[in-house]
Design a protein around this ligand. Structure first.
Ligand SMILES: N[C@@H](CCC(=O)N[C@@H](CS)C(=O)NCC(=O)O)C(=O)O
Length: 262
């Protein structure tokens, strides 16, 4: 897989990441808000989502777009699953394929260099594009789904809060667990060159798989705290982290520690 270096596509990644899977931090981290105080106001028709159906991170943004009934407000372009000559390419040569009718980009990297002409980094889906400011608002799926959850509520999104205040600590923690051990485990296993790296990724996946199949029938932590069938909040995120660590038999880093190690 290639990347952009100073806004120019290169087919190779720098030597320091060769041979092991290193996920770079997503670089576009702005937020759409209901009042527009962030510079990105929630307005129907203003935003455009670049996705690939075979990407689990892009997939969850599509699930949220559907859950919140904002399909009519946010347009989509979908990348051809198996054509990666210059990264993701948009087109309709497969069932459900949607070309980029907003910007007419062929390659996803065109969106990244249009947003930031000297961009250096990988060009990943999902990426949320602002038609008005002509830039990428955000390319981090966990944040895109947070915006979809509430920002458009005042302009016609379906009701439903999938990130309730009382459960945010747990949700964030489980999200980090899945990200590190399941999603990134797939990448470490698939893209690592060395057997050691592949074994490391496989081990993470194995643990995540065990966690999902844990006795008690649920991957959700804290079932033992269940109150009338609902997951009761832990007293704090640390308590949940300790619970997950022992339950999944892994070291679950504190959020700050985890971000630094990604
Ligand atoms: N942190 C990102 C990760 C997204 C990601 O890694 N997407 C993959 C596809 S599943 C991608 O586009 N990879 C292209 C590349 O790394 O060049 C998110 O959760 O939104």
């Amino acid at each position: 897989m290639g990347m952009l270096v100073n806004g120019k596509w290169t087919d190779r990644r720098p030597a320091e990441v060769a041979g092991r899977f290193v996920r770079p931090e997503s670089q576009f981290r702005n937020f759409i808000t209901a009042d527009g105080s962030s510079g990105f106001k929630a307005e129907p028709g203003r935003y455009h989502l670049y996705v690939a159906y075979n990407c689990p991170w892009a997939h969850r943004t599509l699930i949220f777009r559907k859950l919140k009934g904002i399909e009519g407000m946010i347009s989509v372009a979908s990348a051809v699953p198996d054509d990666r000559a210059e990264g993701w390419r948009f087109g309709d040569s497969f069932p459900g394929g949607i070309p980029d009718t907003v910007n007419g980009f062929t390659w996803l990297h065109e969106a990244y260099s249009a947003a930031k002409p000297d961009y250096t980094g990988t060009c990943t889906v999902p990426a949320l594009w602002d038609k008005k400011a002509k830039t990428i608002v955000n390319n981090e799926s966990s944040e895109i789904i947070r915006m979809f959850n509430s920002a458009f509520d005042g302009v016609g999104a379906k009701s439903g809060d999938y990130y309730p205040e009382a459960l945010r600590g747990e949700i964030d923690l489980v999200n980090e667990f899945v990200y590190e051990h399941l999603n990134n485990g797939v990448y470490r296993t698939g893209f690592g060159d060395s057997g050691r790296v592949r074994r490391g990724g496989g081990e993470g996946l194995r643990r995540a798989g065990h966690a999902r199949a844990a006795p008690g029938g649920s991957a959700l932590p804290g079932r033992e705290h269940a109150d009338r069938g609902r997951l009761a909040p832990f007293p704090d995120a640390g308590a949940l982290r300790r619970c997950l660590s022992s339950r999944f038999q892994v070291h679950l880093a504190a959020p700050r520690e985890l971000r630094q190690s990604v």
